[in-house]
Design a protein around this ligand. Structure first.
Ligand SMILES: C[S@@+](CC[C@H](N)C(=O)[O-])C[C@H]1O[C@@H](n2cnc3c(N)ncnc32)[C@H](O)[C@@H]1O
Length: 243
């Protein structure tokens, strides 16, 4: 066992066996997650696997938003799955009957543009759709769409789908823009779209895509700790008068 794997193993044991000590060490003893054993369990699994690119605050945002979306109408989706770390977290928060659509090449990054930072075509290739399928085998209603996005979303069934919860983690300008173009018009009022890397200056394509896409639209992005950006789809104010 190399040092990195040993570190992940010991950290996961700490989260599992002594969650209150772990949270004290993190300065989070009084945080809501101290009373959320389901989150701590899945967090420990991700720490042990060592292949989820989300950090603890980002995992918690995904978990909290997904749990808040549970029970609401509409499907869920993730574009940018890699080895299925964040997908495992989202699937654990999902009611069994809610469809979760997963989009990725499952074979590495497609073409990368000059403004996309240090990414290279083929990055994140050490995965496979079979491996992620096996990882999520315990979760119901998970549908895989392997291949180049948005081509993989161009089916009549997906084009007719409404979404309540969408996680984008595509890193690249064109991919993120394609994600916004596909999901935004299909997001239900009050539905959430959260993206990784919105606030990460080394991943400039993500913020660039949001800024360009939202120009002239009423929604704004709320930057979250560490790098995520959150977009909540507004409804038609005329449709539900208050007072
Ligand atoms: C950072 S990884 C996702 C990490 C994962 N969400 C996690 O938390 O572990 C980014 C993924 O986006 C995928 N990707 C980027 N652009 C894509 C596109 N146009 N079509 C399909 N997959 C794409 C890559 O294949 C890669 O697996």
């Amino acid at each position: 066992m190399n040092f990195r794997r040993l570190r992940h193993y010991l950290l996961a044991r700490l989260v599992e066996r002594r969650p209150s000590l772990y949270l004290r060490l993190k300065g989070l003893a009084h945080h809501a997650l101290a009373a959320d054993p389901d989150f701590l369990r899945i967090h420990a699994r991700l720490v042990r696997a060592g292949d989820c690119v989300q950090r603890l605050p980002e995992r918690y945002h995904l978990w909290a938003l997904a749990r808040a979306a549970a029970g609401q109408p509409g499907a869920w989706a993730e574009a940018g799955v890699y080895r299925g770390g964040s997908a495992e977290l989202i699937a654990a928060a999902k009611p069994p009957a809610t469809p979760l659509h997963l989009f990725d090449t499952f074979g590495g990054m497609p073409a990368v543009a000059a403004g996309d930072g240090a990414f290279r075509p083929g990055d994140f290739a050490d995965t496979s759709v079979a491996a992620v399928r096996a990882r999520l085998a315990g979760s119901a209603a998970v549908e895989f769409h392997p291949g180049f996005f948005p081509d993989t979303a161009a089916t009549p069934a997906l084009r007719a789908t409404s979404f309540q919860f969408v996680h984008l983690d595509l890193d690249l300008y064109q991919s993120t823009l394609a994600g916004l173009e596909f999901f935004y018009p299909r997001l239900l009022p009050g539905g959430v779209l959260i993206s990784h890397d919105y606030g990460d200056a080394t991943v400039p394509g993500v913020k660039g895509a949001f800024d360009n896409f939202l120009r002239g639209r009423p929604e704004r992005v709320t930057p979250l700790w560490l790098t995520q950006g959150l977009l909540v789809r507004l409804g038609d104010p005329a449709a539900s008068p208050v007072g």
